[in-house]
Design a protein. Structure first.
Length: 341
């Protein structure tokens, strides 16, 4: 049973109790989690106390918070009834976005968004289906970003580390590849630390660039079996390459991601964006607070924001520390550094 103490309340009369009954005790066990850790997380974030009474859970706290906690519990239980697991990320998502998962999208979309994707948006819940997992946005900003990835030919995701910019972009790319909407996936990053002059590093070209590309490999391996990733790379249906290798190419029928774009120069950014070919989608992600370019060189990400913000079918989605989905300390660390400038 969860035992977190209630926060101090000046007027005890403001305490409110919501009682929720769950007919299946086995699903209730899964809802509570091992050692009631799921209940403890809801208690911690909403400042309530959850008491287990047979097949009922009583939520005690300030009225609005108790009502919200009860609604979250019902939503998570419905998820279990549908045969889906409840994990830490699902609890975090329910608490951040509300029971509806962020609400329905009222816009009918445009011709660039496939019908099955529009249906997904109309249903309120956004899900990205990959070979290994079902990925769901965990904040309202992430949900808007995923919709933008499907609706626009060129999308920018800008914000601090840990907000899912690259992870979600790669997930959408894999989903579109699996569904046959694109023929290949192209992932790129600027190799800023070596000034794009990789010849000074030991080993063959793959060994030289792999350390810079590892986060992209990690994301791919989260969504596709490792052997399939290796085979698709061998077949050139997945390409992972430094930004310098994009020059002179036209990328058609591809899902293209440029990660760490704050470290591209203005000329590199122009070069990359003009690689966009027929039937392709392009995503640019970056963090304006982590520019590693030499002093005096303008970030191509900042320059692109200024130049492209009013062009149709190009979207800009922004994240803050509130959208960090890594360890809770990451958001606190980001805020601390931002306060100091």
């Amino acid at each position: 049973m969860a035992t977190t103490a209630l926060p101090p309340i000046d007027d005890a009369s403001t305490l409110h109790e919501e009682s929720v009954e769950f007919p299946d005790n086995y699903l209730l066990i899964d809802l509570c989690g091992e050692h009631d850790r799921n209940l403890a997380e809801i208690e911690r974030q909403l400042g309530v106390q959850i008491l287990r009474r047979g097949n009922r859970l009583a939520v005690v706290g300030e009225a609005a918070m108790a009502t919200e906690a009860a609604a979250v519990l019902r939503a998570l239980y419905s998820r279990l009834e549908a045969g889906r697991a409840v994990e830490a990320g699902d609890i975090d998502r329910a608490l951040r976005m509300g029971v509806s998962g962020g609400g329905e999208h009222e816009d009918g979309g445009d011709e660039s968004c496939q019908g099955d994707q529009l249906e997904m948006f109309r249903g309120g819940r956004v899900e990205i289906k990959t070979r290994k997992k079902l990925v769901e946005p965990r904040t309202a900003a992430q949900k808007a970003y995923v919709e933008a990835l499907y609706r626009n030919d060129l999308a920018f995701g800008i914000g601090p580390a840990g907000t899912g910019k690259t992870y979600l972009a790669v997930a959408v790319g894999v989903a579109m590849f699996i569904d046959g909407h694109v023929d290949r996936i192209v992932l790129s990053r600027p190799a800023v630390e070596a000034g794009e002059k990789l010849g000074y590093l030991p080993g063959d070209m793959k060994e030289k660039v792999d350390p810079y590309m590892q986060p992209l490999y990690d994301a791919l391996n989260d969504f596709l079996p490792v052997k399939q990733v290796a085979r698709l790379i061998e077949e050139k249906r997945i390409e992972i390459a430094p930004l310098a290798f994009m020059r002179g190419r036209t990328l058609s029928n591809a899902f293209v991601v440029l990660d760490e774009a704050q470290n591209a120069t203005s000329m590199q950014m122009k070069m990359f964006l003009t690689r966009l070919g027929e039937g392709s989608r392009m995503v640019v992600t970056g963090d304006r607070s982590q520019v590693d370019l030499p002093r005096g060189i303008t970030s191509g990400l900042h320059d692109a924001e200024r130049r492209l913000k009013d062009i149709p079918r190009i979207s800009f989605n922004y994240f803050t520390s509130r959208d960090v989905v890594r360890h809770p300390l990451v958001a606190a660390i980001i805020d601390a550094y931002e306060r100091e400038g």
